[in-house]
Design a protein around this ligand. Structure first.
Ligand code: ATP
Ligand code: MG
Length: 444
């Protein structure tokens, strides 16, 4: 029978590849807490209109990338292509408004029907952070500092640079839009078919064109600075002063627009030149119009999303997790005791390999293969051994010794933790002049 193949653009990961994703998420979760963002969960499935109404019909995502289908009751549902719209929906439908301003973060899979390539998948994972319900530029600064610290902690702060723009307020945006329309109309013949199609519906989106032929016309397009109202200029000045104060390296990108339609004021991307066409690792901005698109009250908000797979490609390979100790039942008669030892050690936070089945030689081989730093050998006390008086008095005693795989693994902290763990459940006494410990179960 033929084995089913994976869906195109999906991945199954093992070992280092999976560890890389986990390392990105772990760093995100660490930094999230430092900045006081609450963890939220939102569904993978949303009514299609959640995305269609907020992201804009002319965007690539809505016009051609969404995984939408009718469920069995005939409702159109969509597998989330991003988090912001779903979080905004939850903010309104779950009564999260009462917590405003709300700082939330989440991560998980997102789905877009795209042409798969390096750093671009149909099922991919995003990190997401949002501050909802405040129009203060400090919120933009805090989110940018969060993003910047995350990238630094991932070790890619040097290669990813923040490109920053403002899209102004609605007044600014519509004046700029008219100027862009005029500029692109007069150069329409030089534009790609896709950009010409955007001319009437959303000329800002032409600035985001991936067609190289469009770039000269884009480079000569009017920049937003000439249209900024004094309020919009002031807002932007507060954001840039804030990120300067926070020590964030950034560049002005006067023609940067975001793929989605709901952005206002701050728009930004962290770009690297190390991933070819997939150079945007983290992107976001202020989206003051989005809640209204979902029928909610005007609600200012700002947020960003980052592609976990793209970040995972950029970080150094995480150290594979290595057990602290591997267990060996030397005399082949102490499996029950070894199982108890294993769970005691794990309760005390020690990474344990084993116990394994089979003869001690085979157990030894599996411990070596596990890469454990140390071997813990356990063997029943033999009555003919020379032992202390105390040991001789015990009938269910066992001998334990800890041996390190290599000299460089010797870790006195680990030894102490192992013996502390032993001492919690056993009477443990070190044998004079040896590295062996005699243990006897503590009786209740
Ligand atoms: P791109 O221009 O690369 O298509 P985008 O503007 O569509 O990106 P956003 O909607 O801003 O992307 O999503 C935020 C981040 O999610 C991106 O910066 C990127 O890191 C990641 N991302 C987006 N689409 C994909 C995908 N298909 N596969 C992997 N990562 C993705
Ligand atoms: Mg895209």
């Amino acid at each position: 029978m033929a084995t089913p193949q994976p869906v195109r653009g999906t991945q199954s990961l093992l070992g280092e590849d999976a560890d890389r994703l986990a390392a990105v998420v772990a760093a995100f979760d660490r930094v999230r807490r430092l900045y006081g963002f609450k963890r939220v969960e939102v569904p993978v499935l949303e009514p299609t209109e959640v995305f269609a109404r907020t992201m804009g019909e002319t965007t690539d995502v809505v016009s051609k990338e969404m995984y939408s289908f009718e469920d069995r009751s005939g409702d159109s549902v969509t597998m989330r292509p991003e988090f912001t719209a779903g979080i905004a929906r939850a903010y309104l439908s779950e009564g999260w408004q009462q917590y405003a301003p709300l700082k939330v973060a989440t991560h998980g899979p997102a789905f877009r029907y795209e042409r798969p390539q390096k750093g671009r998948f149909r099922q991919f994972n995003q990190l997401d952070a949002e501050i909802i319900g405040t129009d203060e530029p400090q919120a933009d600064v805090e989110l940018l500092a969060f993003a910047d610290q995350l990238l630094k902690e991932l070790g890619i702060g040097g290669s990813a640079i923040l490109k920053l723009n403002t899209l102004g307020d609605p007044e600014t945006r519509s004046a700029w839009r008219d100027a862009l329309h005029e500029h692109f109309s007069s150069h329409a013949s030089a534009l790609s078919e896709e950009s010409r199609a955007r001319l009437e519906r959303n000329p800002l989106r032409i600035l985001d064109s991936k067609a190289h032929g469009d770039w000269p016309v884009i480079d000569s397009a009017p920049v937003i600075d000439d249209f900024l109202t004094s309020e919009a200029a002031d807002f932007f000045a507060q954001v840039t002063a804030g990120i300067d104060a926070a020590g964030i390296r950034w560049e002005r990108a006067p023609r940067l627009v975001r793929g989605l339609d709901y952005y206002r004021h701050t728009a930004f991307e962290f770009i690297t030149d190390e991933l070819g066409a997939q150079g945007t690792v983290l992107a976001g901005g202020r989206y003051d119009g989005l809640m209204e698109a979902l029928g909610g009250p005007p609600t200012p908000a700002v947020g960003w999303a980052a592609g976990i797979e793209r970040l995972a490609l950029l970080i150094d390979a995480p150290e594979p997790e290595r057990p602290d100790v591997g267990l060996i039942d030397e005399s082949g008669r102490s499996m029950d005791l070894l199982i108890k030892l294993a769970s005691d050690l794990r309760i005390n936070g020690i990474l344990v390999a084993g116990p394994f089945a089979g003869k001690s030689k085979k157990q030894f081989e599996r411990v070596i293969k596990s890469g454990a730093r140390a071997r813990l050998n356990l063997r029943r006390w033999e009555p003919n051994e020379t032992l202390t008086e105390e040991a001789l008095a015990a009938d269910d005693a066992a001998m334990v010794s800890l041996r390190y795989a290599t000299d460089s693994d010797i870790d006195s902290m680990l030894s102490r933790r192992v013996y502390e763990s032993l001492s919690r459940s056993f009477h443990a006494t070190q044998q004079a002049g040896s590295d062996q410990w005699l243990i006897r179960p503590k009786t209740a």
